[in-house]
Write a protein that binds this ligand. Sequence first.
Ligand code: PMP
Length: 405
Amino acid sequence: MFSINEIREQFPVLNQQVYVKPLVYFDNAATTQKPLCVIDRERDYYLHENCNIHRGVHYLSQKATEAYEHARQTVADFIHAKEAKEIIFTRGTTESLNLLATSFEHFCIGEGDNVLITAMEHHSNLVPWQQMVQRHHGQLLVVPMDDKGVLDLNRYEELLKEGPKVVSIAHISNVLGTINPVKEMIAMAHQYGIPVVVDGAQSIAHHPIDVQDLDCDFFVFSGHKMYAPMGIGGLYGKVEWLEKLPPYQFGGEMVDTVSFEKTTFNVLPYKFEAGTPNVGAALGLETAIQFIQSLDRNEVEKHETRLLQSAIEQLSDIEGIRFIGEAAHRSGLVSFIIDGIHPYDLGTIIDKMGVAVRTGHHCAEPVMTRFGIPGTVRASFALYNTMEEVEVFVNAVKKAAMMLR
Ligand code: PMP
């Protein structure tokens, strides 16, 4: 059973007033709040278990190592990876993508080689690939989208024929909410022998992920968008790819033997985890996963869909509103602008009414260029949000629009 009140009790941060108004937190695509169990887990680690891992023979070090590796197994099970060693802990999506861009550069990128992305990528799934191919006089191939925010798969197929070395695509757009047909896109890329990276930053908290079913070669995500602490995230990679790719960062832990002449590298997953990791956050991530799994995910999905539909329905009444992103298959968030009103002004006024939304380009400037707008107002939902909050939000937007006109 899905009890919103019980859930909200686990998120004390939601129970506060801002500017003497109850907080309505609709900035979940930027980061979700953390439940008490996650906060407690990290705190417990520092209270009772803190130690560097994989190094000491002593009790605490072994205990921390076991806990960290247990967390890795939990992540692997959560996204249905075949083996725990396919999970690399990173700081989050951005670091995972930088790891892949750097590693691919050393592995196979030559003069004039290209990487294929889509028109709706977050900067962190654009800039690392762009900088990398440009160093070799290559370029990004970009799958365009239509006015609703749906990718053009015919063009995708044509671009695949140009032989990009990697395809890297968002599972769900953080601006448009579009759920991309990644399974189909992965199968298409594989027909041309091209590996596919899925940016799961916006999907992992809201939809069950099965990397074997998707057949993606890589899947990247951030813990802080799935009720876990900041500073932890992951990279899933098929073993055969992770074995082939060279390390990203160098230093302690990722080595096997070191001399002044030569270094050999550790086995997976340690080959990609140089230096001391964020153990406490990894344990928090494990607890966040257990928290998500303790709920009926179907019910959670339905609840979040109801919030989204209600928001869209109620906002539609507003004169001059334009939704940015109207794909039939979408999730989690609504982006819009209102004629003659700057998103920033709207966001600032509704903030004073207690409503937290994101305004601006959402780290996806090319999406703004595509739609010819300076930015959007984005409301994004999580499992602890309520229908009443949607109403408060819509009323705040209506009031602000009247004031600004
Ligand atoms: N990709 C997408 C689709 C995102 O929404 C985000 C975060 N807004 C990122 C990548 C980057 O994630 P992080 O800042 O946690 O590394």
